[in-house]
Design a protein. Sequence first.
Length: 375
Amino acid sequence: MAVDFEEFSTEKLNIPSLTAKRVKQADGSVRVMIAVTPVKWDKELKRPRVISSKNVGVVADNKEFGPIVFREEFLQQYPQLRAVTVLRKESHQYVYLKTPLQPETVGYHKSGRKRYNPQAATGKNEIELERYVRPDMLPRYQGQQKKLAACKVGLIGVGGMGGLCALLLGTAGVGELRLADGDEVALHNLHRQLLFVNADVGQPKATCAANELARHVDPIVQVKPLVGMIGPDNFASWAQGLDLVIDASDNALSRLTVSRLCLEQGVPLLSAAVSGYQALIALFDYADPDFVSSYGCYRCLTGGIAVDTKVGITGPIAACASSLAAHVVLEWLLGQKELVGTLLSLNLADFRLTKLRLSPDPSCPDHKSGSLSGA
């Protein structure tokens, strides 16, 4: 019998979609067959229209999930089938094809809705403005999508804070995201680090995060992972051309180093941390030559004392913190400067948001020139 499946095709004529079917054999066994269904794009109905269907392969070893074996003649006729690697079983009745689409293809769900390959699937270098209809209703965002598409943001740390922040910025249409993280995914990350799944455990966070982001963002968004730490040896090349660096790492020494490097290179920095119930977000516009004399730097704020991020936390707390950070970033990229030189403290135990103005520490070794005063 046929089961629920994903269909994939392209806007080109006669390119196949695929169907997974479980067919009962005469001896009572079940054979998982893969059928190819060539389609034509119906301009009037605005959806694919089936032409015919043929069995083109089977799942190896007759299992309900596993590698797919295609007939060679169909691989020659439809070379993009080589991208279809695995049939996997989601539950007792849902079967899907795992299909990393090729760069030139655009996929369709069986309902007719488009499924875009995140790696520039359309072959166009154009913003899909339909994605951003709702943000465009906000006065600050109206007509600003091209501006966001021209922005480049670097994220250091793609865990509980940085991962969701990257997803929100990517789906908002920020044109380039550079991800840097030297850690591997651990099982205890999964309850709050939403870019990762069970199969990612033991894999590099930066790579896994980039792969997951690619499934969600506008095709024009570039996601560039770096597996490793950011330090004096690689910061200049990594940060070249960035509009903003987001430090969402959980390493206190690294945070001080990144702040000093951003200060030296004149790269704006958003420091984002979450500890227990509290989120701390501060925006340092190091590109402004007068910023430090008025507001100080990250070391001024902390006095070199570490913010302990190795404490208890829940997924919703991390999500609230990273959402606030992403919102601050988007507002700043669009020209809102109210939060420059400000520390936002969000306490999710009593639902209190506090704004504090930063001020410089004249004895700070990073610039020799913050304590806090109420804002």
